[in-house]
Design a protein around this ligand. Structure first.
Ligand SMILES: NC(=O)c1ccc[n+]([C@@H]2O[C@H](COP(=O)([O-])OP(=O)(O)OC[C@H]3O[C@@H](n4cnc5c(N)ncnc54)[C@H](OP(=O)(O)O)[C@@H]3O)[C@@H](O)[C@H]2O)c1
Length: 277
């Protein structure tokens, strides 16, 4: 039996849609979702019950937070998996190119923890940054400008749906992927000018200091400000620009989605959501 955690999140929901109607898959979430098991890594005592009878665990990395919070969640999940006799953990990690990002450390810690396990087989899906995340990082303003500190940098953004498809495929048949670490960047890199053109706006690069000030004055939580500024810096300075070299279509069994189209669609959905508020 396969258990997918985090099915109320953006990625987990897409994975769950792909696995609906299978009787060898159970869904897990903190949310009160009918038919799903309650899975909350902040409540380790609940996990033996949640993981009972599970052979493969698709561990969706557990949200934003300070490093110690996220690491404690993943430690709880992996030790519960070991105790429950889970055979294989498929973990959604962060791309190796993202090593400079402020939230890379819990992902690398979790990879180390899995490879040190004496009982678990594992597969690491090193997800690149989502095209949907760009819709948030580089959101066009109502003033017709797209203001973001991306300089001339580009991001090899990847559609979240492609990552969900790969996670579902690998988790359903994990054996051939045991011990593998897959780098999953997007098929092409997108820069500020291209994003602006796709949304009919003008690209206005700002400095990282200006962005930090803007974010500090927003509703962002304290730990989110350095996370976001660090993400901008990594894009602006060319650390996340290398596109996929062919892993994506191989694992997908099809051509990856166009990240620019996914970005534009996500921008449209965000605009629709704020107009409806
Ligand atoms: N590559 C990227 O661009 C990118 C962008 C954002 C985030 N991420 C990372 O990738 C993960 C999935 O992305 P996403 O877009 O689905 O993020 P998301 O929509 O913010 O969802 C957060 C996820 O974290 C899970 N989670 C949080 N606290 C948890 C806990 N205590 N116990 C168990 N699960 C917990 C949630 O599960 P439930 O709500 O279902 O319980 C949900 O799956 C994120 O959690 C984050 O680590 C990657």
């Amino acid at each position: 039996m396969l258990l997918v955690t985090g099915v109320s999140g953006g990625l987990g929901q897409l994975v769950a849609e792909r696995l609906a109607d299978r009787d060898d898959v159970v869904l897990g979430t903190r949310a009160p979702l009918p038919g799903a098991r309650r899975v909350n890594f902040d409540d380790p005592e609940s996990l033996p019950r949640a993981f009972a009878g599970v052979d493969t665990l698709l561990l969706i990395s557990a949200g934003y937070g300070e490093d110690d919070t996220v690491i404690a969640r993943h430690e709880a999940a992996i030790s519960a998996a070991e105790r429950a006799g889970v055979r294989h953990v498929v973990y959604t990690s962060l791309s190796g190119a993202g090593d400079h990002l402020p939230y890379a450390l819990p992902h690398r810690w979790t990879e180390r923890r899995l490879s040190a396990s004496t009982s678990l087989k594992w597969t690491v899906l090193r997800n690149g940054l989502y095209a949907e995340l760009l819709a948030f990082l580089a959101a066009p303003g109502a003033d017709g400008r797209l203001t973001a500190p991306l300089a001339d940098g580009r991001l090899a953004a990847v559609a979240r749906a492609d990552l969900a498809e790969i996670a579902a495929r690998v988790a359903l048949d994990p054996a051939p992927h045991a011990g593998r670490v897959y780098e999953l960047a997007g098929p092409r890199a997108l820069g500020g000018a291209e994003l602006a053109a796709a949304t009919g706006t003008a690209y206005e690069p700002e400095t990282l200091a200006e962005a930090r000030e803007r974010l500090s004055a927003s509703e962002a939580r304290a730990f989110e400000v350095p996370m976001l500024v660090g993400t901008y810096s990594a894009i602006a300075h060319g650390f996340l620009a290398t596109p996929d070299a062919g892993t994506l279509p191989t694992l997908l069994g099809r051509t990856p989605l166009d990240p620019l189209a996914v970005y534009a669609e996500a921008v449209g959905a965000m605009a629709g959501a704020s107009a409806g508020r």
